[in-house]
Structure formats: structure tokens, C-alpha cells
Design a protein around this ligand. Structure first.
Ligand SMILES: [Zn+2]
Ligand SMILES: [Zn+2]
Length: 226
């Protein structure tokens, strides 16, 4: 018997300073958008994810981090210590394994974000073939799928959400032995997973930018007052 997990494997919270998603928003939107698990993958920061995972009792939170390697971004899930940034991709993957986690080549072929491109190799445990905020969307999926097939790696999906309502546009279904962090990461490692998703609608990205701007203006106003 296995249990089906439906998880967005790439979400940033306010512990990443470019995200609007508070821990409360994270769980609220993950539930609202039909998920039963979510991975927290803040930029080069693990403590927040571990804290949220520990404090959330009624929903499965997989702690992780998105590491800026010198070759591009890498998502680590279920690691027991933070991985330093700016190391070569291959060394980053080795350190993720030593820290007990799995290494995902995230958005490997998109524009602007830190993409791994040629640094994708079979040392990774999976490839994020659908990143719901990728540009160009279809083309990046095709290239990532080709790479996953070439290296015979499991395929996963996530949103790369930075704003609550975006959560769940990219998600992975995982057949895990039980709904635990360890069982879910093991199931991904063994390829018992399927990527799903669609592009985040433009309006949600626009709302994200507007709210970020609003937050900056509020901060400045508060500073001027004091
Ligand atoms: Zn990234
Ligand atoms: Zn990201």
C-alpha cells in the first residue's frame, strides 16, 4: 500500500527576502489549492524551513533550501544542515547527499533565473521539468524532459511560488509508503513520482510585484515617520 502525495516541491516563504508567503499563507494556500504536502525551499537558508516543518502539525511540510551553486540553482530536500552557496554544482550535490538529502536540478533551462544548463548531470537525483513560473514555459519543459530522459532521472514539478495564490500551479504526485518527509524523498529518489502543472497566470505575477512594491513603500513610510 502506498499513499498518494500531491506536493508543490518549490515554494519560497518570507524567510527568502523576495517572497510574500508567510508560514500561515503557505499552509492556507497549499490546502486551498488541493495539495497535501509542500516543500519549503528558501534561497540559501534552511532554518526557516525546518522551523515551519516542526511547527506544522496538521500538514506535511518538507524542509529544503534552494542553493545558488556557482553553476546555477539547486533544490535540496530533507537535508540536516545548510549547504554553502557558490560551490560548483557537483560539489553541492555531494554535500546534499552527505547531509542526507536529495538534489534536484531546478528550472535547468529557463531565462533569467540561475539555470544549470550544461551542469545538469546524472549525479542529481531528479530534474524539475515543470517550473510553473519558467520562461519560456513550453520550451523549458521540453528541454528539461529531454535531459531527464537522457540521464534517466526522475521528473518533478514545482511552482517556485513567491506569492500565496501561486502555490500549486506546479506540483508532483508521489507514491510514498507513508506521508512522512523520509518516505516522500525516498519515493522521489526511486522515481515513484509524476510532474504536473501549468503556467502561473500573468495576473498573479503582476499582483505579486504590486504587493512587493506596496510593502517597500510601507517600509519607507514607516522609516520616514520614526
Ligand atoms: Zn531558482
Ligand atoms: Zn526558487
Amino acid at each position: 500500500m502506498t499513499t498518494q502525495i500531491r506536493a508543490d516541491l518549490h515554494v519560497h516563504t518570507t524567510y527568502s527576502n523576495d517572497s510574500l508567503i508567510t508560514p500561515k499563507d503557505l499552509i492556507y494556500y497549499a490546502k486551498k489549492n488541493g495539495l497535501n504536502a509542500v516543500a519549503v525551499t528558501d534561497h540559501n537558508y534552511l532554518t526557516g524551513a525546518i522551523k515551519i516543518a516542526k511547527e506544522t502539525k496538521d500538514f506535511l511540510v518538507i524542509p529544503g533550501m534552494e542553493i545558488s551553486s556557482s553553476n546555477g540553482h539547486i533544490v535540496a530536500l530533507n537535508i540536516n544542515k545548510p549547504i554553502p552557496r557558490n560551490l560548483p554544482a557537483i560539489e553541492t550535490v555531494e554535500r546534499i547527499h552527505t547531509a542526507g538529502g536529495i538534489a534536484i536540478a531546478c528550472h535547468p533551462y529557463v531565462y533569467i533565473k540561475g539555470s544549470l544548463k550544461n551542469a545538469v548531470c546524472n549525479a542529481f537525483d531528479a530534474i524539475e521539468v515543470i517550473n510553473a513560473r519558467a520562461f519560456p514555459f513550453q520550451k523549458s519543459i521540453k528541454k528539461a524532459r529531454d535531459a531527464a530522459e537522457k540521464f534517466n532521472l526522475p521528473q518533478v514539478a514545482g511552482t517556485d511560488a513567491h506569492y500565496g495564490p501561486q502555490i500549486g500551479y506546479g506540483y508532483t504526485t508521489i507514491d510514498a509508503k507513508e506521508p512522512t518527509i523520509e518516505a516522500v524523498t525516498q519515493a522521489i529518489l526511486h522515481g515513484h513520482c509524476q510532474p504536473h502543472g501549468q503556467q502561473v497566470p500573468f495576473i498573479l505575477n503582476l499582483q505579486q510585484q504590486t504587493q512587493r512594491l506596496q510593502r517597500m513603500v510601507n517600509k519607507i513610510a514607516l522609516k520616514l515617520k520614526s
